[in-house]
Design a protein. Structure first.
Length: 158
């Protein structure tokens, strides 16, 4: 699935976080903040290539270790790789940006960066580097761990 970087995210109107630690708790909410696409690559579509700071890649992978959202039933294989060795991903990651903005990226974004040389927009890299992982790990909304649920979230009952 391809979306140009920094265009409005329109795939889902409700975001669903799953607690990676337990795999049990889930939280659905409707965000009022603007979600912008980053890293939705597809074979045959050009994307920016270039170096990224190692600290950025490490931080993004650390974020992905604690945040997993909008997990779907199927898997998406990287179509930039040969089919016989293509990694697959499932889900998305959210990164808070400036007030009222969040970035929506596929879970394969780390693979796209390390294996295919994808260079995300600088504003996204800055936002990832600004994430306070200690605060995310300690977060509770309201009683279970969910890294970064925006202040404007409208909790959906399930």
């Amino acid at each position: 699935m391809f979306y140009e970087d920094l265009t409005p995210y329109v795939y889902l109107d409700i975001d669903y976080f799953e607690d990676r630690e337990s795999g049990f708790y889930g939280l659905s909410y409707r965000p009022a903040y603007t979600r912008l696409n980053v890293g939705w690559l597809e074979v045959g579509r050009p994307y920016p290539i270039g170096p990224v700071p190692p600290a950025f890649t490490e931080k993004l992978e650390a974020v992905q270790a604690v945040q997993w959202m909008n997990v779907c039933l199927g898997l998406h294989e990287c179509d930039l790789c040969p089919p016989e060795g293509a990694p697959d991903g499932n889900g998305e990651v959210r990164i808070p940006g400036s007030p009222g903005v969040g970035y929506a990226a596929p879970f394969l974004i780390s693979h796209y960066i390390t294996a295919h040389g994808y260079q995300p927009p600088q504003v996204f890299m800055d936002a990832v580097l600004a994430v306070d992982l200690d605060a995310w790990v300690a977060a509770r909304w309201p009683e279970v761990p969910f890294p970064w649920v925006p202040d404007d979230a409208e909790r959906m009952e399930e």
